[in-house]
Design a protein around this ligand. Structure first.
Ligand code: NAG
Ligand code: NAG
Ligand code: NAG
Ligand code: NAG
Ligand code: NAG
Ligand code: NAG
Ligand code: NAG
Length: 923
C-alpha cells in the first residue's frame, strides 16, 4: 500500500524548457528582463509609459518589503507597438522582446470583466503563470485605486500569481463559510478587521447564527487603518497590508483558491519554496530598489532565411518541400514593407539574395527565384548564421531585433561554436528541424533568443514544414491544415468554416508531390466554385494558391482535391485567413506544453481558446502529436476541471501525454473547432485583485461604486469556427521502458462530499491507470476530523470501505455512498475526506483535494413559526426530509444534515439556501 514504485529509477528525458514567456532573471536580488508590452490596438499615449513606470517604482518598494528585503524589480523593459510613432532618440529598437512573449500585457478590455487586472494562471500551485493583463484604462484612471488598492500594490498581488503560482485568498462566489456554529468571512488572515455590512448598515448581517447564513448583499468591509499587515493575496486596499499570509496566520478553513490549489498552505510558504527563495535567506535593507526602465519599440520585420542545401536535403523530397514552403512564405506570408534576405549553406555559406525590400509581386518573384534548387555537400550551420548576420546588417549596420529562420536537416557538431555570437547579436532565431537527423542542439538557438522552434518530419502528409512557415506570421490565422496520400483518381475532401471574425486575405494552399497537378475544386457557402484554373500555380514548386478577393463569405466551405496522376501521391491543403476587422474579434488559439523533469516525467499540453480575452467554452480540442517515428497520436484535451485541467470552463483545455514512441523530436499541432453547437464566450475564472465594495475608516462606512456587472454569457455567442495551430516541437531524450508501468494515476482534484440524511455521498472524476488514460485498479478513501491530517498523514487516517467500487474508465463520474458512524453524528462537527487511487502496478496517485461535510442538527427553536416561517413557505409540498446545502467549497462540498427527529418539521430548499449564501455551486 502506498508504494512509490514509480520512483524506481529510470533516469530520463533531458529536458529543454518550453518557453512561452520571456525569461525573467533574478540576479543579486533584482529581477531583470521583465517585459511589459503594449498591444498594437492601444491608441498612442505617452502617459501610459509614465503610468507603467510609476506603478513599477511603487511595486518595487512594496515587493522589497513584502519579501523581507529579498527581491525587487531591477530592470524593466517597456515594449511599444510599431503602430506608435517612432522616436529613435527615446525608444530603443526591440531585440528579442515581443508582445506575444511579454510577461505583462497592456491591452484592451476583456469585455466581461471590464478593467479588472488579472493573471492568466493555469498550471497549479507553485507554477509560473502566463502573463498579467492590465487595461490602459486601469493604468490611466485613478478611480480604480479605491476599489483595488494602489497600482503598485496591485502589481505585487499579480506578480505573486505570475511568478510564484499562489492564488487568491478571497472568493467572490463564496464570501462566507460555515465554521462550526458560526459563519465567517472568506479571508486571510482571520484577524483582518472590518465589518459585514449591507450597504451602509452594519447591523443587518449576522454571522453568529448557524441556522441563518448572512443574507444576500452582505459584504465584508475591511477597516482601512488597522494593525494587521496581511495579506496581499486578500487585498492591498488596507493601508497596513504589506505581507503575505504565512504559516502562523494563514486561514486554512477559508474556501479560497489558495487553500484549494495549494493544499491548505499559506502563500508565503509556497513563495519560500520557489526557485527564487529556496536559497535566499531573510536579508537586510540595502540600497536603492528603484527599477531601471528601457523603453523599446517593435520595428519592421527584417528577416533572413538560412537554408540548408547539404547533400541529405536531396533525399525524401526535402528540397522540393523546402521550395514549396519558402515559396509560399515569400509569396503569401511575408509582410509588405518588410525586408528579406536569403542565405544557403552546406560546408560554406552563400548569400543568395541580400536584404531586399518587399514591395509588390515582382520583388517577391525575384526572391523566389533565388531559392535553392540543388543540394550537395556537408552541413555548417554557423557559416550560414554568420553570413546571415552580414545580410541583416546591410540596412543599419546592426542585427539587433532582426530575425533568422534557420532550416536544417543535418547533424553539425560545430553548432555550438556560434552560440555566443548569436546571443550577443540580438537576433531572434526561429528553427525548423527537417527530418530525424537534424542537429540535436538546434533548438538551443531558439531558446536563447526567444525564437520559435519547429520540427517537420519526412511525412509529406503531415504538412509540418508548411505549418512552421505559416506560424511565422502573427497576422495569419490558420484554419485548417491536413493531407493524405491518394490513389490515382482518389480525392482529399473536406469542409471548413470561415467565421465572421476572420475572412480577409483568405488563402487556400494546395501542395502535391509529383509533376502531375491535381484537380482542385473549392465551393463557398453559396455553392460558387473555384477550380484549378483559378489557382495560381508556381512554376518550380508543386504548389497552388488561391486568395479569395475581399472578405471570404462566412459559413461552410468545401474542398475536393483529386489525384489525376497515374501513381499515388500525397496532397495537402492548408487554409489561412486574417482578422476581418469587424466588431467581432476572432477566436485566438495558443498552445503551451510543459514537461516535468522529475518522475513520472509527464508531458502536459495546454491550449488557450479565447475570444477577446474571454474563455470559449465547450469547444472540441484535439492535439495531434507526431512522434519521432512519425507515428500520429491524437490527444483529446478537456476543460473540465479534472486531471490536468485546473479549472473548469476557463477556456484552457488540458491533457497529459503519456504515449511515447521512441526518442527524438516530437511535433504537435492542435485542432480546435466548434460546430453545430451553441457555445458562449464567458467570464471565466481568473486570478486577480479583489474589487473591494467599500471600507471602514475609523468606523465610518465608505462605499465604492458597485462593481461593474459581469456581463451575461448571452452577450457573447461564438459562431461556428475551426482553427489549427502548430505547437512547435519538444524533445524526448529517453522514453520509459516499454515493459514497465511508470505512470501513476493522476491526482483527483474534484472530490466532492454531500450528506443526505445520514448517508455521505462522495463523487469525483475517475483518473486513469496512466495519469488520465485507462482505468485505475482501486481507490483508497480516508476520513479525518482534521483536513491537514489527511494532507500530511493520509495513510494513517481512518479508512472507508471501498470494496463496492468497480473503477470506471478515466473521465467517468465515480460515486460512493456510505453511512455516518453513530459517534460521528455530533452537531456542528466536520468530517473531511480524501482519496488516493492506484493502478494494477500499485503506483499511487497524489492525495486528492479535501472534501468535507458539516453535521448539523437544527435547533428545536427553528420550529418556531416566527423564525421558520419563510422556510416553511418555501418548501410547502416538498417531501424531502433533509437538507443539503452545496457550497462551492475549495474543500469540497459542505452538507448540512437535519436530525431525523426534526425531519418532518423544517425543510430548507437547496436553491434557496444557495441564493441566500450568495453561492454558486460548482459540482
Ligand atoms: C506572519 O505574519 C505576521 C504578520 O504579518 C507576523 O507578525 C508574524 O511574525 C509572521 N510569522 C512568521 C512565522 O513569519
Ligand atoms: C465535437 O465533436 C463531436 C464528435 O465529432 C461532435 O458531436 C460535437 O458536436 C462537437 N462539438 C462541438 C462544440 O463542435
Ligand atoms: C482615521 O484614522 C487615521 C489614523 O489614526 C487617520 O490618519 C485618518 O485621518 C482618520 N480618518 C478620518 C476620516 O478621520
Ligand atoms: C431520509 O430519512 C427519512 C426518515 O428516515 C426518510 O423518510 C427519507 O426518505 C430519507 N430521504 C432520502 C432522500 O433518503
Ligand atoms: C498514526 O496514528 C496512531 C494512532 O492512531 C499514532 O499513534 C501514530 O503516531 C500515527 N503515526 C503517525 C506517523 O503519525
Ligand atoms: C467491506 O464491505 C464488504 C461488503 O461490501 C465486506 O464484505 C467487507 O468485509 C468489508 N471490509 C471491511 C474491512 O470491513
Ligand atoms: C446545533 O447547533 C446549532 C448552532 O449552534 C444550534 O443552533 C442548534 O440548536 C443545534 N441543534 C441542536 C439539536 O441542539
Amino acid at each position: 500500500m502506498g508504494t512509490n514504485n514509480y520512483l524506481v529509477v529510470f533516469s530520463l528525458f533531458l529536458l529543454l524548457p518550453h518557453l512561452t514567456s520571456s525569461k525573467i532573471e533574478l540576479v543579486d536580488k533584482g529581477y531583470r528582463n521583465l517585459v511589459i508590452a503594449i498591444h498594437k490596438a492601444v491608441p498612442e499615449n505617452p502617459q501610459l509609459i509614465e503610468k507603467i513606470k510609476e506603478m513599477l517604482k511603487e511595486a518595487s518598494n512594496y515587493l522589497y518589503v513584502a519579501t523581507k528585503f529579498r527581491v525587487f524589480f531591477k530592470d524593466v523593459k517597456i515594449l511599444l507597438p510599431d503602430t506608435w510613432t517612432t522616436k529613435p532618440d527615446l525608444y530603443r529598437k526591440a531585440t528579442t522582446e515581443t508582445y506575444s512573449r511579454a510577461n505583462v500585457i497592456i491591452a484592451g478590455q476583456k469585455n466581461s470583466k471590464g478593467d479588472e487586472p488579472y493573471t492568466l494562471q493555469y498550471e497549479g500551485c507553485g507554477k509560473e503563470g502566463r502573463y498579467i493583463h492590465f487595461t490602459p484604462n486601469f493604468l490611466l484612471n485613478d478611480k480604480f485605486i479605491q476599489a483595488y488598492g494602489p497600482r503598485g500594490k496591485v502589481f505585487v498581488h499579480e506578480w505573486a500569481h505570475l511568478r510564484w503560482g499562489v492564488f487568491n485568498e478571497y472568493n467572490e462566489y463564496q464570501p462566507f463559510y460555515r465554521d462550526g456554529e458560526h459563519y465567517r468571512v472568506t479571508k486571510c488572515p482571520k484577524d483582518l478587521s472590518g465589518k459585514v455590512c449591507f450597504g451602509n448598515d452594519c447591523s443587518k448581517c449576522n454571522l453568529e447564527n448557524a441556522n441563518d447564513p448572512p443574507k444576500e448583499g452582505c459584504v465584508f468591509l475591511p477597516e482601512k487603518y488597522q494593525e494587521t499587515s496581511s495579506s496581499i493575496m486578500y487585498t492591498p486596499v488596507v493601508k497596513s497590508v504589506n505581507q503575505f499570509c504565512n504559516k502562523s496566520n494563514h486561514n486554512q478553513d477559508a474556501p479560497n483558491d489558495q487553500n484549494k490549489f495549494c493544499k491548505l498552505k499559506s502563500a508565503w510558504e509556497v513563495i519560500l519554496e520557489s526557485e527564487d527563495f529556496r536559497n535566499a535567506n531573510e536579508a537586510t535593507d540595502s540600497g536603492s530598489v528603484e527599477p531601471q526602465f528601457t523603453v523599446m519599440q517593435e520595428s519592421q520585420t527584417i528577416l533572413c532565411l538560412v537554408l540548408d542545401i547539404s547533400g541529405s536535403m536531396s533525399g525524401s523530397q526535402r528540397l522540393e518541400r523546402l521550395q514549396q514552403s519558402s515559396t509560399l512564405f515569400i509569396e503569401k506570408i511575408a509582410k509588405e514593407e518588410s525586408f528579406i534576405g536569403i542565405v544557403t549553406f552546406n560546408n560554406i555559406a552563400y548569400v543568395k539574395k541580400g536584404l531586399t525590400y518587399v514591395s509588390g509581386d515582382d520583388v517577391r518573384k525575384i526572391l523566389v527565384n533565388a531559392l535553392p534548387t540543388k543540394a550537395e555537400g556537408g552541413t555548417n550551420i554557423c557559416s550560414g548564421i554568420r553570413d546571415a548576420f552580414e545580410v541583416l546588417s546591410e540596412d543599419d549596420g546592426s542585427t539587433e531585433g532582426d530575425e533568422i529562420l534557420l532550416l536544417t536537416d543535418g547533424e553539425d557538431s560545430g553548432i555550438s561554436s556560434c552560440f555566443e555570437a548569436v546571443k550577443t547579436s540580438g537576433t531572434i532565431v526561429h528553427t525548423i528541424a527537417l527530418g530525424p537527423s537534424a542537429a540535436k542542439e538546434l533548438e538551443m538557438l531558439s531558446e536563447m533568443t526567444n525564437g520559435k522552434k519547429y520540427y517537420a518530419s519526412d511525412n509529406f502528409n503531415s504538412n509540418g514544414l508548411l505549418e512552421a512557415f505559416m506560424e511565422l506570421s502573427e497576422e495569419q490565422i490558420q484554419l485548417e491544415s491536413t493531407g493524405g496520400t491518394q490513389k490515382p483518381g482518389g480525392s482529399l475532401v473536406g469542409d471548413t468554416y470561415i467565421d465572421s471574425g476572420v475572412g480577409f486575405n483568405t488563402n487556400f494552399l494546395v501542395t502535391w508531390q509529383t509533376n502531375v497537378k491535381p484537380d482542385i475544386s473549392i465551393s463557398d457557402p453559396d455553392g460558387n466554385k473555384y477550380l484549378t484554373k483559378d489557382f495560381k500555380l508556381e512554376e518550380k514548386a508543386t504548389v497552388g494558391t488561391l486568395i479569395i478577393p475581399g472578405k471570404a463569405k462566412t459559413g461552410k466551405w468545401s474542398y475536393r482535391i483529386e489525384n489525376t496522376a497515374h501513381q499515388p501521391q500525397s496532397m495537402t491543403i492548408s487554409i489561412t485567413s486574417q482578422p476581418s476587422g469587424a466588431q467581432s474579434e476572432p477566436v485566438i488559439v495558443k498552445t503551451n506544453l510543459q514537461q516535468t523533469n522529475e518522475p513520472p516525467y509527464t508531458v502536459v499540453i495546454y491550449v488557450e481558446v479565447f475570444k477577446n480575452f474571454m474563455p470559449v467554452r465547450h469547444a472540441n480540442v484535439t492535439a495531434i502529436i507526431e512522434t519521432a517515428n512519425t507515428k500520429i497520436i491524437p490527444v483529446i484535451l478537456k476543460d473540465n476541471g479534472a486531471a490536468a485541467d485546473l479549472v473548469k470552463d476557463d477556456g484552457i483545455y488540458s491533457s497529459f501525454m503519456t504515449d511515447y514512441d521512441g526518442t527524438g523530436r516530437y511535433n504537435f499541432k492542435v485542432q480546435v473547432s466548434k460546430l453545430h453547437t451553441e457555445t458562449k464566450a464567458a467570464a471565466g475564472h481568473t486570478s486577480g485583485a479583489m474589487y473591494v465594495q467599500g471600507y471602514l475608516e475609523n468606523g465610518t462606512v465608505h462605499l465604492n461604486p458597485p462593481k461593474p456587472v459581469v456581463v451575461d454569457d448571452e452577450d457573447f455567442p461564438v459562431e461556428d469556427f475551426v482553427r489549427t495551430k502548430s505547437g512547435g516541437t519538444f524533445m524526448v531524450k529517453v522514453v520509459p521502458p516499454a515493459n514497465q508501468d511508470v505512470f501513476p494515476p493522476c491526482q483527483i482534484t474534484d472530490l466532492s462530499a454531500e450528506l443526505l440524511n445520514n448517508t455521505v455521498i462522495l463523487a469525483w472524476t475517475a483518473p486513469g491507470d496512466d495519469m488520465d488514460k485507462g482505468t485505475v485498479a482501486e481507490y483508497e478513501i480516508r476520513k479525518s476530523k482534521q483536513a491537514v491530517h489527511l494532507r500530511d498523514n493520509f495513510h494513517n487516517a481512518t479508512q472507508i470501505n471501498t470494496s463496492s467500487i468497480i473503477p470506471l474508465a478515466a473521465g467517468s463520474r465515480e460515486q460512493l455512498l456510505f453511512d455516518l458512524e453513530e459517534e460521528e453524528k455530533v452537531n456542528n462537527s466536520v468530517i473531511f475526506f480524501a482519496v488516493v487511487s492506484r493502478d494494477e502496478s500499485l503506483l499511487s496517485s497524489d492525495v486528492s483535494n479535501i472534501a468535507q461535510v458539516v453535521i448539523y442538527h437544527p435547533s428545536p427553536k427553528s420550529r418556531d413559526p416566527d423564525t421558520s416561517n419563510q422556510n416553511r413557505k418555501l418548501t410547502v409540498g416538498l417531501a424531502v426530509s433533509l437538507v443539503t446545502i452545496i457550497l462551492c467549497s475549495v474543500l469540497g462540498l459542505i452538507a448540512l444534515i437535519i436530525n431525523k427527529r426534526n425531519s418532518g418539521m423544517m425543510v430548507l430548499d437547496e436553491e434557496h439556501v444557495r441564493k441566500k449564501l450568495n453561492i454558486v455551486a460548482e459540482a
